[in-house]
Design a protein around this ligand. Structure first.
Ligand SMILES: O=C(O)CCC(=O)C(=O)O
Length: 273
C-alpha cells in the first residue's frame, strides 16, 4: 500500500516510528513567523502560572492550561491536517482533545520524574493506544535547556512499572519542530541547566473520544466560546455524536440552540392526552 502523505508530510513513516519506538519528531512543523505570532498571543492573552509537579519543586516551570478558553491563536493547529492524520494514525479516527498546555521550563528547573500520560486511566496493560501527545518547540530544545527526556520503546514494556533508573534519551529539536509520542511512553521534562535560556513548548494531547479527557473541554471552554468555533473543532472538544447524543440530538445542535429536550419527543408526548 502507498504511504499516506498529507501536505508533504509522510504520515505513514511517522506513525510507524511512533508505533515502533514510541515517538517521532516532525521537523519544521511550523514556520518561524507562525511560532512568533502564537508566542505573542500567548504572551499577551494567556495568564501563566507557576507549577510544581511530577517530581519538581523549584517553581521554575511555568504553565498555562485550558488554552482554548483563553485564546484563539491555536485553533487552527488543532485542525491542521498533518496533525489530525498523525493522531488518527496512532489512536484511530475517534479522537478528541485531552489537554492543551503551554510549558515553559526556566533556567534552574530540575528534571521531571519519568511518567506515562496514559496511566491516569486505570485500564489494564497491554491495551490499544488511546492517547497521543504532541509538543511543539517554540524555543530550540536542547540538552542544556531541558529538552524532553524519554525512553525509546518503553511504550511496549507492559510487564513493569516506570523505572526511574533506566537510560533516558533527550530529544533536541529546533523551534517549530514537533515531538509526537504515544501515551504509554515513559517521558518527562528535562532539567534546564542553561544560563538564561527558557524552554517554551506548546502541548496538544489527544485521546480516543469515548474516554473522559483530563481537562474536560466541555466544561473548560465556555459554551459561548465553543459556539463560535469551526464545527470540526467543536467535535474535537467533545461535541461529537455518541450513542443517544442529547435526547437524540446532535450535541452541536444543542450547543447552538440550548434545546436539551428533543422537540420530536415533546410532539410524541401527545399520547398522554
Ligand atoms: O515539557 C516536557 O518536555 C514534558 C512535560 C511533561 O511530560 C509533563 O509536564 O507532564
Amino acid at each position: 500500500m502507498e504511504d499516506l502523505v498529507v501536505a508533504g508530510l509522510n504520515i505513514t513513516a511517522h506513525v510507524t516510528e511512533i508505533q515502533e519506538r514510541g515517538y517521532t519528531v516532525v521537523e519544521d512543523f511550523l514556520l518561524t513567523e507562525e511560532v512568533e505570532r502564537i508566542r505573542h498571543a500567548f504572551n499577551t492573552e494567556v495568564p501563566i502560572t507557576e507549577m510544581r509537579a511530577i517530581g519538581t519543586d523549584t517553581g521554575k516551570t511555568w504553565r498555562a492550561h485550558n488554552l482554548l478558553a483563553k485564546t484563539r491563536a491555536v485553533d487552527h493547529l488543532f485542525l491542521d491536517q498533518r496533525l489530525r492524520a498523525l493522531i488518527e494514525g496512532v489512536i484511530g479516527k475517534r479522537t478528541q482533545i485531552n489537554v492543551t498546555t503551554l510549558f515553559n521550563i526556566l533556567p534552574g528547573e530540575t528534571e521531571q520524574l519519568l511518567h506515562q500520560d496514559d496511566g491516569l486511566w486505570p485500564i489494564p496493560r497491554p491495551h490499544p493506544p488511546f492517547l497521543c501527545n504532541a509538543l511543539i518547540a517554540f524555543d530550540d530544545f536542547d540538552v542544556e535547556n531541558g529538552a524532553t527526556q524519554l525512553v525509546p520503546y518503553s511504550h511496549t514494556w507492559h510487564d513493569r512499572p516506570v523505572d526511574q533508573s533506566v537510560q533516558r534519551t533527550q530529544v533536541a529539536m529546533k523551534s517549530g519542530s514537533m515531538l509526537v509520542w504515544e501515551g504509554a511512553l515513559w517521558h518527562g521534562g528535562g532539567a534546564n541547566t542553561s544560563t538564561g535560556r527558557e524552554r517554551m513548548g506548546f502541548f496538544m494531547s489527544h485521546q480516543v473520544n469515548y474516554l473522559r479527557p483530563q481537562e474536560i473541554q466541555l466544561v473548560s471552554v465556555p459554551r459561548e466560546v465553543a459556539r463560535e468555533m469551526p464545527k470540526e473543532l467543536q467535535r474535537q472538544l467533545g461535541y461529537h455524536r455518541f450513542g443517544l447524543g442529547v435526547d437524540g440530538r446532535d450535541p452541536i445542535d444543542v450547543l447552538k440552540d440550548g434545546v436539551v429536550v428533543n422537540p420530536a419527543a415533546k410532539a410524541a408526548a401527545g399520547w398522554r392526552k
